[in-house]
Ligand binder design. Structure first.
Ligand SMILES: Nc1ncnc2c1ncn2[C@@H]1O[C@H](COP(=O)(O)OP(=O)(O)O)[C@@H](O)[C@H]1O
Ligand SMILES: [Mg+2]
Length: 364
C-alpha cells in the first residue's frame, strides 16, 4: 500500500468555500452546530472510551508508567481520519493525569510569538493539545522542537544584526498532537513524539456500543436492531454514528412513535441518503468516476478529485481511507484502483483484472 506519489503531492489545505464537505450527514468533520452535543457525548475517561483496544492499552501504559514514576509522560501524537476520537483522547489524557489542558491548533500558530506566549503560560504538568498539528507554520514548529526536548524556548528580540535571542525556561508539559495527515509531518517533529497512536476505523459492534451509550445520555428510545442498523451505516466513525442517531431520532419522533426500531432507522437513513454500506454521495461519486470514467483505474488522486469536483485533500483524507477500509478502493504505486466490490457497488460487472473479493471486506 505504499504509494510514492501519495505523500509528496502538494495540495492546498484550504477547501474552497462551497466545496466544503459537511453538506451530507456522513461528513466525518464536525459541523459547527454539533459542538455542544459532541461535548455532552464525549467519553471522559479511558474506561468509557469504546474500541481502539491497542491504542487504549498503549496509552494506559504510557500514562500509568509516568504517573508511577512521578514523571511527565512522553509527548503523544494521534493520527487518523476525522471523527475517530483524537480530540476525545487528548482530553482523556489530561483527565487521567489530573492535569489541565490548553487547546490550540496548527493554523492558529502562524507566528512563533503565538506559540511562545502559549508555552510560557503553561503550568507544570499541563497538557498542551495542538490539533491539526501538520498545519503549524515552520518557525513555530522549530520553536516546538526545543520546547519538547528541553522545556525551553528561544525568544528572538529585535531584528537584523542587533537581534538577540533570549532563552526562556518553560514548565515541564506534555504535548499532545492530532493530525489527519501524519505523512506530511516533518521527520524532526515526528521523532520528538515518544508515542504515536494510529486510530483505526471502528467495527460495527464497537459503533453499536457508541450509539447505545449516546442514546442513554440523550434519552433516545433506541431498540437493539435500530442500534445495529445505525452502527452498520456509520462509516466506521463514532462522530457519524452519533449524528445518524440524532437524525434518526428526529425521524422517529416526527413520523413514528419515538422508538428507534430497525424499520424506523432504515426509513430515516433512506431520507438522509445514507446507503447500505454507509457510503454517502461523495463516496459514491468517487467510486462511480473511478469505474465509469477511468475504467477502474489506476488514476491519480488529483485527477479523481477533479472528476468529482472536490478538493484532493478531501478525497484523500475523508473519502479514501474509508473506501480502502471497506475494500472498495486500492492505493497502488500507479494510482487508485477500483476493486471488484466497487464495480459491483456501482452496478457493473467487474473486469477480470479487478483486484479484490466480491463482497465489501467490512461486511463479510
Ligand atoms: N471511542 C469513542 N467512544 C465513544 N464516543 C466516541 C469515541 N470516539 C469518538 N467519540 C464521539 O465522536 C465525537 C468525535 O470525536 P473526536 O474526539 O472529536 O474526533 P476527532 O478529534 O478524531 O475528529 C466525540 O464527541 C464523541 O462523542
Ligand atoms: Mg478533533
Amino acid at each position: 500500500m505504499s504509494d510514492a506519489s501519495f505523500d509528496d503531492e502538494s495540495v492546498d489545505d484550504e477547501p474552497l468555500p462551497g466545496a466544503l464537505p459537511g453538506e451530507g450527514p456522513l461528513d466525518p468533520q464536525q459541523e459547527p452546530a454539533e459542538q455542544d452535543v459532541e461535548s455532552t457525548l464525549r467519553p471522559r475517561r479511558l474506561a468509557e472510551f469504546v474500541g481502539q483496544p491497542r491504542v487504549r492499552e498503549q496509552l494506559q501504559l504510557v500514562l500509568h508508567g509516568a504517573l508511577n514514576r512521578r514523571e511527565q509522560p512522553d509527548h503523544v501524537l494521534f493520527s487518523g481520519p476525522p471523527g475517530l476520537g483524537k480530540t476525545s483522547l487528548a482530553m482523556i489524557m489530561a483527565a487521567e493525569l489530573g492535569a489541565a489542558i490548553r487547546v490550540t491548533s496548527g493554523p492558529a500558530l502562524e507566528r512563533p510569538g503565538d506559540l511562545a506566549a502559549m508555552l510560557s503560560n503553561l503550568a507544570e504538568g499541563d497538557v498542551l493539545f495542538i490539533d491539526e498539528i501538520h498545519r503549524i507554520a515552520r518557525p513555530a514548529e522549530e520553536m516546538l522542537y526545543l520546547a519538547m526536548e528541553d522545556y525551553r524556548v528561544d525568544v528572538v528580540v529585535g531584528k537584523g544584526p542587533g537581534a538577540t535571542s533570549i532563552p526562556l525556561e518553560i514548565a515541564p508539559f506534555t504535548l499532545v498532537g492530532a493530525t489527519t495527515r501524519s505523512g506530511t509531518l516533518t521527520g524532526p517533529l515526528r521523532d520528538r513524539f515518544g508515542f504515536t497512536a494510529h486510530m483505526e476505523f471502528y467495527t460495527p459492534d464497537e459503533l453499536e456500543l457508541v450509539v447505545r451509550r449516546s442514546a442513554g445520555i440523550l434519552g433516545v428510545d433506541l431498540r437493539p436492531d435500530g442500534a445495529t442498523e445505525i452502527a452498520r451505516r456509520s462509516r466506521g466513525t463514532p462522530r457519524i454514528a452519533n449524528r445518524l442517531l440524532r437524525r434518526v431520532r428526529d425521524y422517529a419522533e416526527v413520523r413514528a412513535d419515538g422508538a428507534v426500531t430497525l424499520e424506523v432507522a432504515r426509513a430515516a437513513l433512506e431520507v438522509y441518503d445514507v446507503d447500505e454500506f454507509g457510503l454517502d454521495r461523495l463516496d459514491r461519486a468517487v467510486l462511480s468516476a473511478l469505474v465509469r470514467s477511468f475504467h477502474g483505474g489506476p488514476v491519480g488522486v488529483t485527477t479523481l478529485a477533479v472528476a468529482v469536483g472536490e478538493e484532493p485533500t478531501t478525497v484523500e483524507e475523508v473519502c479514501e481511507p474509508y473506501l480502502v477500509r471497506a475494500g472498495m478502493l486500492a492505493r497502488t504505486s500507479r494510482g487508485r484502483v477500483a476493486t471488484v466490490a466497487a464495480w459491483q457497488h456501482v452496478g457493473l460487472t467487474p473486469p477480470p483484472h479487478a483486484p479484490g473479493e466480491s463482497q465489501a471486506a467490512l461486511f463479510e
